[in-house]
Design a protein. Structure first.
Lengths: 573, 160
């Protein structure tokens, strides 16, 4: 511990940390537009500058290490004036269309202009005019709103190991975009949306599905069905001022009905189906000498990542569709049959913590016949927008249950929302399938938490097996390279595209910091601890679905509806 | 990939990312420009993403991403030419050819490049077409010159 002085008050700091980290811990807010928690500082935006006694000029606190006895002024007139000028310069080249911007009210640039009291356009200059890129089914790019902070570029490269985008050109003509300034749809972008989450302005945003969903709801001929992903109920509340991790499950179901959805289903239910299929597939691979290690296939960003960067591992991917697509297929088959509604009269919506799901539902593999199994995907953010549009007050709604037959879930399915959850759920069910007995302790501590790579070796049904859980595609690359180099102690690997899993997905509320992600994770673990049914095979609705419709895991119907294959993908890498 | 590119890459067998710019230069020298395929190939060779290579290459004016046209036009934007009105000349070229600097017309006849001083300040504003200098250019003279080249091309085309 060392002692420093900030604004004439002593504070404690840890040796080796940056000034910004120390200030943040003490609750002293220094603004920044380019800082990313956990990554090496880039010092690009210069918003976090402070004055240090004895050091000439202003110093970026994000990249300056603390030293014993240093005296700092965070809001000296010089520092504040400098910050204001930076914002004024950024605004000189910014379209003045806040009223029409999707990030109106949620924009770091707007917030800082407000906080620093910018009241006029001080610098007039030529504005940039780039074409918008709406080629991707998941992510829109509007370079005119970009302030070149570089967060998206760094997340894409350093966290995800994808590097789909980079700075193009130089000086005032610089833009951020994919190689050859092509559309995102033909780039190596995996649609994870982590760039959207870190973007301080409206330059990156999801491709919105709201219009199509609203018009389907207004169409009396359509039966509109919605499914909500496991990670949505523990994050939606944040958009309405609730604490991170508050579970609004029942309230959300009530809100869906007020919005006009005819049925409310829970993707955690189809996650249970996924586990039945995936555990059976895993056991079959182990017993028949199939390709190992097997990789989970629920995360569509990860699937595209394998298809384009590691096509040689395609056969390692589980053939199971993701829970979203399993639910989609079940809605337009089993549910349609049961209700006596032709599948083409059903409009199937899913609410996901994810932008890549928008891409996934459009994949040709994900259609039954002509129509897609899932017609539209909304992110958690889009759901909050439509709730506000409709004037619903979440605090005034009474919780309601999901609908039958796909509304009842086990907490194993709910755990899909957090990194490690799929593996925990799969081990619980694989153990039961192999031994006929439940695990003594369903909780597998080694696979929990926010570490990027988690591993455990366990005996399941008399066989000692290695399990790994990876989140963040940069970490996935590491594990894949190890396997490529000959590592053979792993049998089953769960990969989630986003660091921490879906709770930190690219479609989640924007305000997230590590503490919020931790709270969301804790909420899912608590749901598991307190749940009556903690295994997918123990979910009575699952037992009924297999009894009445699917038959057996990996059976003929499952094969047709719930499994698929993936293909090598040629993109400019 | 063309054998010439493979030969160059062979020369850079153990190269790392710090060799990117010389490698790009040599490949452009050989191929005339940096194609999509060349960028992807270089990426595999140096283990660099294409977006990064494109980012580095667009930082410098020297790199092109389309093959040169039959008539490669270089517009001098050095100080003397600037003072004498080269911006207007460049503008006239862009309008007449309907392309931006660094691009090639669809018919492959013309390509346009902006260069810094080409050392002919006495002739300012100057442009060079396939290495031949044209002095004291004005927007009007530029248009006339282009149209003359086009007419020539059409004539020889008709004669074929």
């Amino acid at each position: 511990m060392i002692q420093i002085e900030v604004n004439n008050r002593p504070i404690q700091a840890n040796e080796g940390e940056t000034l910004l980290t120390a200030l943040k811990r003490e609750g002293i807010k220094v603004p920044t537009l380019c800082h990313l928690e956990g990554l090496f500082p880039s010092g690009a935006c210069r918003m976090c500058v402070v004055e240090i006694e004895g050091v000439p000029g202003l110093v970026p606190s994000c990249a300056y290490p603390v030293r014993e006895g240093m005296k700092i002024r965070t809001h000296s007139p010089k520092a504040v004036r400098s910050r204001k000028t930076i914002i004024e310069l950024l605004l000189a080249n910014h379209p003045d269309d806040c009223l029409y911007c999707v990030r109106n009210g949620e924009c770091d640039l707007q917030d800082l202009a407000q906080e620093l009291g910018v009241r006029q356009r001080r610098f007039q200059g030529a504005r940039s005019s780039h074409k918008m890129d709406i080629s991707s089914p998941a992510i829109e790019r509007d370079p005119d709103k970009c302030i070149l902070c570089g967060k998206c570029v760094r997340v894409c490269e350093e966290v995800q190991g994808v590097s789909a985008i980079d700075f193009i050109g130089r000086g005032s003509r610089t833009v951020v975009g994919p190689a050859f300034d092509e559309g995102m749809n033909v780039s190596s972008c995996v649609n994870c949306g982590q760039c959207v989450v870190v973007c301080p302005t409206g330059a990156l945003r999801e491709q919105s599905g709201l219009k199509r969903v609203i018009s389907a709801i207004q169409n009396p001929k359509k039966l509109v069905v919605v499914q909500h992903a496991p990670a949505v109920s523990v994050t939606l509340g944040e958009e309405f001022g609730l604490k991170p991790g508050a579970d609004v499950m029942g309230i959300m179901a009530a809100a869906f009905r007020r919005l006009g959805f005819d049925r409310v289903f829970d993707t955690s239910f189809s996650a249970d189906v996924t586990i039945m299929e995936e555990a059976a597939e895993f056991i079959r691979r182990v017993q028949t000498g199939g390709r190992l290690p097997m990789f989970t296939s629920c995360s569509p960003g990860w699937i595209k990542f394998v298809e384009q960067f590691y096509p040689e591992f395609r056969e390692n991917l589980s053939t199971c569709k993701s829970p979203q697509q399993m639910m989609g297929a079940l809605i337009k088959s089993a549910f349609a049959e049961r209700e006596g509604v032709p599948p083409e009269d059903i409009f199937s919506v899913s609410v996901m913590p994810c932008t890549a799901k928008k891409f996934e539902c459009e994949r040709p593999e994900m259609t039954g016949g002509d129509a897609p199994d899932v017609d539209a995907v909304l992110t958690t953010r889009e759901l909050s927008r439509v709730i506000r549009m409709r004037g619903l007050d979440l605090k005034a709604l009474e919780p309601e249950p999901n609908d039958s037959p796909f509304g009842e879930r086990s907490s194993a399915g709910k755990l899909f929302g957090v990194s490690g959850g799929v593996m925990e759920a799969a081990i619980r069910t694989a153990h039961f399938m192999l031994t006929g007995k439940e695990l003594d302790r369903p909780k597998i501590q080694e696979l929990r938490g926010l570490d990027g790579i988690k591993q455990v070796h366990l005996e399941v049904g008399g066989i000692r097996m290695g399990f790994a859980v990876v989140s963040g595609l940069g970490n996935a690359r590491r594990i894949l390279e190890e396997v490529k180099a000959g590592r053979n102690d792993l049998h089953f690997i769960e990969v989630m595209t986003c660091p921490g899993g879906c709770i930190a997905g690219g479609g989640q509320p924007l305000s997230a910091n590590l503490a919020a992600v931790r709270a969301r994770m804790k909420a899912l673990y608590e749901i598991d601890e307190t749940s009556r049914v903690r295994t997918s095979h123990g979910n009575p609705s699952i037992v009924r679905l297999y009894g009445e419709f699917l038959g057996e895991p990996l059976g003929e119907k499952s094969h047709r509806l719930l499994h698929t294959r993936y293909h090598a993908r040629d993109v400019l890498q | 990939m063309s054998p010439a590119v493979e030969t160059i890459l062979e020369k850079y067998r153990n190269a790392k990312r710090d060799q990117l710019i010389p490698l790009l230069q040599e490949i452009q020298e050989s191929e005339g420009y940096l194609s999509r395929e060349a960028v992807a190939r270089i990426g595999r060779h140096l283990r660099l993403p294409a977006s990064k290579i494109y980012g580095v290459a667009t930082f410098y004016n020297q790199f092109r991403f389309q093959s040169n046209g039959k008539h490669h036009i270089q517009v001098c934007r050095g100080t003397a030419c600037h003072v004498k009105g080269s911006a207007k000349v460049l503008d006239a070229l862009k309008r007449e050819l309907k392309i931006d600097a660094g691009a090639t017309t669809r018919d492959g006849l013309f390509s346009l490049e902006v260069v810094a001083c080409i050392g002919a300040c006495g002739l300012a504003p100057v442009i060079s077409i396939n290495g031949e200098f044209h002095a004291n250019m004005t927007p009007d003279a530029t248009r006339k010159l282009l149209r003359a080249i086009r007419r020539e091309e059409e004539k020889s085309h008709a004669a074929d």
